[in-house]
Ligand binder design. Sequence first.
Ligand code: GDD
Ligand code: MN
Length: 379
Amino acid sequence: MSVGPAIETSAAQISSFSPAQLAVIVPSYNERGNIELLYEKLAIALGDTAWEMIVVDDNSPDGTADVVNELSRVYANVRCLRRFGRRGLASACIEGMAVTSAPYVAVIDADLQHDEAILPKMLEEALNGADLVIGSRFIGGGSAGDGLSKTRLSGSQLATKLAVMIAGQDVSDPMSGFFLMRRDAALKAAPKLASDGFKILIDLIVTSARMGSPLKIAEVPYVFRPRHAGESKMNPLIVIQYLGLWFSKLTGGVLPPSFLLFGLVGGTGVVVHLASLWLFTSAIGANFVVSQVAATLIAMTWNFFLNNNLTYADRKLHGFKLITGLIGFCGICALGGIANISVANAIYQANHQTFIAGLSGAIMSSVFNYAVTRAFTWK
Ligand code: GDD
Ligand code: MN
């Protein structure tokens, strides 16, 4: 590529400029007490490597982004990408990778649980040909140390087993949040990644393989440390999102995780519907049609809120949008109901198979409700 003379001159004038070879992406949410120490440790570990730190902060209430911005007034290799109205570890990592031109990107947690001292070794492995280098707690020399509680450790072991099943490659720590890779390999897979949840690494491995470019993986051991300041953001929602991702990968990615979560929510909605119906008819003694209408409205409201907090946690509606969203959602589900009955009836007329007709109608309305609410309610 040729650059014009004007650009060449100004590049020469900024004589001390050396483009980063490695971008260290730090996803952060309420990590103000950790950022500065993390930067200092990275600076020591990376020595004279040309590197930069990109903190991707979801507008943390504790003001993490302000701390990062203060730091970038002192150190030229620090930047903050602040996102508004959104949450999500995986999307934060990917968007951080997208704003750098460094050929290598690493992801490290802000809370100092990952041992930054192995980064030079990880970079060396990548320079020697690995597409992806994982910081592993589970190969010789590594350990989960005191970084995980007993419950978290057994949960993590189970999640690791599940991940190994879908990884299709030999990898000891697919749940690691600490890895380094070629930026172009990460960005190639990026459009096909599930944008939410914690499990970006396993998603990158499986998605790259499915796209016909499996990653050449290397692992470097490290000892997981306890969190420095602040609290973990791990919660039951993250676990459910992971299960959604796992099932999605089992279907070869045909069914997106959000469809599976939407279906799961729909299943609980059926239980809520039947329980409400029972309550109104048997316990209160109300008329059946009235009870059925009330139960339907309750179940739809239930589904709406559960989907808003679970399936679409990364694009959650708030405030007034909750009301318009709920009304739209009920309207769409009503149309889904009509689609259900029409399809079921058409199939029943054709072959008189009650079960097949009913099932087809139910599948039809689930797909309809999913697709249309995704396009309009949670766009
Ligand atoms: N931008 C952004 N948005 N960052 C987030 C979000 C979010 O919604 N949620 C968490 N983070 C950041 C945290 O601020 C932290 O820097 C990092 O992601 C990891 O979050 P923790 O809350 O510290 O997670 P953990 O320690 O429980 O889990 C870590 O270790 C696991 C291994 O046991 C993560 O690295 C997991 O990916 C890993 O599997
Ligand atoms: Mn942590």
